[in-house]
Ligand binder design. Structure first.
Ligand SMILES: C[S@@+](CC[C@H](N)C(=O)[O-])C[C@H]1O[C@@H](n2cnc3c(N)ncnc32)[C@H](O)[C@@H]1O
Ligand code: SF4
Length: 326
């Protein structure tokens, strides 16, 4: 089995696959209000093309794939794609990031298709605030979450972007909510991606301060569940609850980066916070062989940047998160 190693000695074993750049919500920090300039459907990779690319990654040692977007459940027949990807040799962990608005309809099928665990964006438990942040309805998300729990998907991780004056007074409530439902909780710092991300950065909260605040109320055990991803976890003593802190701004974690991102149009982004990319769609549509495809992926990984520069160059990334596959 081959492995993909970048110029900084990091092994790439994780791919985030965006199956659409569209979404049924408009989170303030992500898709601009009124934005309609989404990619053309003829540029979307088909399920056959996606399967070929993921198979190539699998042969190169990538074993974990996360379906994301935009909102992945906006893509028709997602459970069918999930089943095809889960069946590929080498892919032993298939997960999903979703806003949960459509999960009540799809949770059972996704689980049966081989999606083992999900991350759900949820920034507030207040319906009015939810509407203000996302333009959507909180009750649909809560219904979706409960359907996911009932379907046996586990762990379910709640992702909360903490924003000053918007929802930072709710971190304790979110801890209680996750305790009550046996969810894992992760707090995220806003990233300056696109104009929306940059505007939201005005409400940036350093998560170190959130951790200190939580430590006043809860007994936090540090250092649980290390490795794997960017979150640094603590556990609430005497409970199963794990709380992760994703701190791209206050404490970047690029030295352990293990991932790349493929957008719906077949662009391979080598770093969330840099413009370095390689277009795979032209290769796929020009009849490239499996060997050509694998060579292109290996050559792309050789160009992976060392780190993002969100702090030094916050103006740099023009694309907002849903275009890349967050
Ligand atoms: C782009 S969404 C895609 C999947 C799905 N629609 C969802 O919301 O989970 C993935 C994650 O990116 C996060 N995100 C989007 N824009 C962001 C930004 N500017 N800064 C930090 N996180 C952001 C969202 O909160 C979400 O947790
Ligand atoms: S964060 Fe997720 S749910 Fe919110 S607008 Fe972006 S893609 Fe949609």
């Amino acid at each position: 089995m081959q492995t993909l190693t970048d110029p900084f000695g990091r092994t790439i074993e994780y791919l985030r696959l965006s199956v659409t750049d569209r979404c049924d919500l408009r989170c303030n920090y992500c898709i601009p209000r009124g934005f309609t300039d989404f990619g053309e459907p003829e540029h979307w990779l088909t399920f056959d093309e996606i399967e070929r690319v993921i198979d190539a990654f699998g042969r190169l040692g990538v074993s974990r794939v996360r379906l994301t977007g935009g909102e992945p459940l906006v893509r028709k027949d997602l459970p069918t794609l999930a089943a095809r990807l889960a069946a590929l040799p080498g892919i032993d962990d298939l997960s999903l990031s979703t806003n949960a608005t459509r999960l009540d309809k799809h949770a059972d099928r996704l689980h049966a298709a081989g999606v083992s665990r999900i991350n759900v964006s949820l920034d507030t438990l207040n319906p009015g605030r939810f509407k203000a942040i996302t333009q959507g309805k909180l009750d649909k998300v809560l219904k979706g979450l409960m359907a996911a729990k009932a379907s046996g998907l586990k762990p379910i991780k709640i992702n909360m972007v903490v924003m000053a004056g918007v929802n930072d007074d709710e971190v304790e409530d979110m801890v209680e909510f996750c305790l009550a439902h046996d969810f894992t909780l992760r707090f995220i710092e806003t990233m300056p991606m696109g104009d929306t991300g940059r505007s939201a950065s005005d409400q940036y909260v350093d998560l170190q301060t959130v951790k200190q605040r939580l430590a006043e109320r809860f007994d936090l055990i540090p250092g649980v569940m290390p490795g794997g991803g960017p979150a640094r976890y603590v556990q609430v003593a005497g409970t199963p609850l794990k709380i992760g802190f994703i701190t791209p701004i206050s404490q970047h974690f690029c030295e352990t980066c293990n991932r790349v991102r493929l957008s719906v149009d077949g662009t391979l982004y080598l770093c969330l916070g840099q413009e370095d990319k390689v277009e795979l769609r032209p290769l796929l549509r020009a009849g490239a062989s499996d060997a050509d495809l694998q060579d292109a992926i290996v050559a792309a990984i050789a160009r992976k940047p060392e780190r993002h520069e969100f702090r030094e160059k916050p103006e740099q990334v023009l694309r907002f998160m849903s275009l890349t596959g967050g």
